[in-house]
Design a protein around this ligand. Sequence first.
Ligand SMILES: [Zn+2]
Length: 681
Amino acid sequence: MKPLRGTVHLVLAMTLPIVASAAFDPAREAAGIDRPVPGPGAALESPVEIGRARIEPGEGATVRPLWAGDRRCGVLLEGPLTLRYRVDDPVSAPVARRNARKASHLHAVGDGKRLELVEALEGAVLWGWELPEAGGGTSSEGELPAWARGILKDPMFPRPSEELLTARALGGRGLVYGLLHGSRDELVLLVDPITERLETLGVVDKVDSARVVDRGRFTVEEIAAQPVGRRWWDRFPAPLVAVDEDLRVTNDQDEHVVVDATMKLAAARDGVGVWRTNLMDRVVVRSKVHPVTIRSLEVDGKPAPYLHRNGDLLVFLDPPVARKGGTVTVHVVSEGPLAQRPRGDSYWSLGTWPWYPQPGLDGELATVRIRVDVPEELTPFASGTTVSRSSKDGRNVLETRIDHPVQFPVIAAGRYTTYSDEKDGVRCEVASYVFGKKKACRRLIQNFFAAIEVYDRLFHHPYPFDEMNIVEMNTWGFGQAPPGVIFITKEAYNPLGSTVSQLFSQGVNERFVHEIAHSWWGSLVKMDSLDEQWLTESFAEYSAALCLQIVSGNKKKGEREFRKLLDHWKAQTAMIGEGGSIYLANHLAMHDSADRMDRTRLLYSKGPLVLHALRLELRRKMGGEKEGDRYFFALLRSFVKNFPYRWGATRHLVGILNQITHQDWQPWFDRYVYGCETPKL
Ligand SMILES: [Zn+2]
């Protein structure tokens, strides 16, 4: 990766300590970086190139160095400039074209494979430790222009300091964060060759004035994302991966919760001086913001410097983890009103969001122990195998453990009545909110066991946990399946009840078996990035269709069930607008409801449709229906067999297919999974 190909000089000799010194104060350092002081200006005569961005000076453009204390941290460009942003990644280009058209005023030129986004700029601030030397002297005065200060006052996205401090503590080079002041749009550019190895260009937007909380704060909508020095489908684990977690959760009273988390982290590279993770820093209740705060934070038993804001937590490691494979233990105690009961109901859940210091998808592959301590009127549930349940002194305590690595374990507690059953060593517990609903719970248990038997037969791997907790959420219309738990709304418990229930129960069986399929596609084979989300959602959806076909009782009825879903996928896929790449579904700008609906259509309709097309293609190429299906299921089984409790990836699917068929499947995936084409069925 060549991060900077400026025609101006590079400061290459700058030495930066990776290790945080004893006096290291992250908040002060961050403030210095986010409010740098400009030095004397000089004429900007040559274009500045950062990643795929080229900023060309116009008549009278100037450049000034930016100082964070006595460290140079970037440059300020002023005067007429032209931004030319190259989108040369063929997977990225169609998505960028759509986003640019919908969410920005950027002028897009070029064909479907290559694109240039052009905008006239009035100024730009570029942060980076190795940016071109500019201006002269060390005297400095003043501050950033008002437009930049406005954006950085309280943005809902990471500020330059978080990126620069991370880059420095990882000892990486070439990271650049830019704010660009266009004539019509303000843009954020991040070139990150160090952690995600991705560069993104986004447009700054303001939170809708109709919303009470965060009104007027700045957000960013993605326009273009492109891999840096890699292909889209090649990924690298995060610098630190959580390999073991001990989570102690106490709901002492009302909504108040203390989360005591001990995280063992393993380095996936040499010289890691920071752990960047997610930890929510607030709870919004009825338009009021309540803080979630850190009570204590220790690294290997000693207090350590950290920065916690905007849901981002940076823990600085001194000394850094020197070698790949080395470990460090971080202990974080946080507290806040996490036990929010929806609309005054008597249950709460700590779901898949970062209620504990939760790494990104590529940073968590952990065995877990959970202890939940709640008031006696509540029954607690948690991911994992029950170790013990006890009631004492007005408290209910549950302890669980998960011995196979998982991501995002969850907890729930409430006024539940539970029913359970056991079969072949698997315990299924169904929790019904307030009222018993015994018959419905028994039916769910029965359906669960029927479904896991089908999936075991299809994928040649048994249900991957000893236990499943199905917990009713007292609302309508959703389901979610973190490891060993299904949160599902009340129509699943009473599909023949009220009119509302009937409305929502359309497809409730489908949703239920979809959630169960996530035990294979999500919990067993995991995704390490949202780019791989089709491996969980589309695979679960396709599995659900297979399951319904099999359990329906007879061949004709089964085919009808499958056909119904297939027709639904086709109809939904036909409605997807331009830039419909399954792989980049989460890179739509999410500018409006059409973007959000297309994301859903890509992952829940086009994805399963493409899987079905793959099956048909295998039948065509490998000698008929029977043979083709043999290959199709061999692919799924081999995928499960090779990546149990691990990260699987689309490139592995291609690899397995190539191996078992002795053909090259990359072009097929380039068209239908990475690219935007829809296969003809
Ligand atoms: Zn799902």
